[in-house]
Design a protein around this ligand. Sequence first.
Ligand SMILES: Cc1ncc(COP(=O)(O)O)c(C=O)c1O
Length: 382
Amino acid sequence: MSERELLMIPGPTNVDPAVLRALSKTTTSHTSPEFVRIFRETLDNLKKVFMTNNEVFVISGSGTLALEMAVANIVEPGDKILNTVSGFFGNCFVEISKVHGAVPEVLEVPWGKSIKPELVRNALEADDYKAVTVTHVETSTGVANPIREIGEVVKKHSDAFYIVDTVCSLGGMEVRVDDWHIDACASGSQKCIGVPPGLALLSVSNAVLSLMETRKTPARFWYGGLGNWLPVMRDPSKYFATPPVNMVYAISEALKLILNEGLEKGFNRHHILAEAFRAAVDALNLKLVADRESAADTVTAAYYPDNIEDGAFRSKVKQNGIVVASTLGPLKGKGFRVGHMGNVNLNDIMSTVGAIETTLRYLGYGFDYGAGLKAAQEKVIC
Ligand SMILES: Cc1ncc(COP(=O)(O)O)c(C=O)c1O
């Protein structure tokens, strides 16, 4: 069977051949001057992508490690934390907070809805919190939460640390860590950044670094302790634990691709392609899971029409060479998700819409065949 398939799941995404070549380079010593140079340059480039002058961390692990590092280094046992939840991934913050002894107050909205800044303001006026967590793009629903506006509220109405999960947005949608007052911004390598899974990415404000000096108890997280990694991130010739040499080569290449395209241009490409995909979904009379005004530019979740079975749909789409994902949690079996991020292009979108149409028709769904392709194409002028 051919290995050729298009990954249109919400991560991992398709990896550019230049990044794959970087992965296959000869593994060098993690203390070699050449590796140290590349690691240093990578950290500088990552700051540009986070749009920050804060310290950034690149650690072996996945996005979840970055979320846990953010929470574990900020909260102490008994601290109150406001966890906003708009789907599956928002809830991860609640579990992480509990494991690290914090007391979560959960501000939850139904799946498909976004977190309104007023809700956060009300919560902050009613109580004091050590930290507030928000998931930028909630990958389970395709909702983008307004992290800029929430950041303003957090800054204005509290002394809380602002923790944001940008696993499904960094590099694909605007994330301005410094301008938006984000104290800890957690992400991963395998989505918009376009590297295979395996790197936790994190930016941390000076306020958080100062907190390391004044905490009553050390963070209960040796591998994820900021104090352990900070000297390495400031000088990659130092050692705390062996860095993932080839993954650093890979992200070094991927960040160059992102910066060479230009961040704004990349965001715009994601936006146009997301609009094209959503136009196709509309034209096929499928319903979006996300409220339209908060639909993300990196992932779309849509409900199946009646009588379309999840397993049959996705395996037929896969036979057509495209991999799409199921919906999660309470939506399991009710819909599918398509990731349109990273190095995604118009051909990928058109192929995906084409495969979805062919499959829906094969499974007996009645619609205007070709309408999705036409609607998508009409959204893109190039
Ligand atoms: C928004 C969001 N947060 C966190 C995670 C967890 O990241 P990882 O699977 O890399 O640990 C994911 C994974 O899909 C995600 O989409």
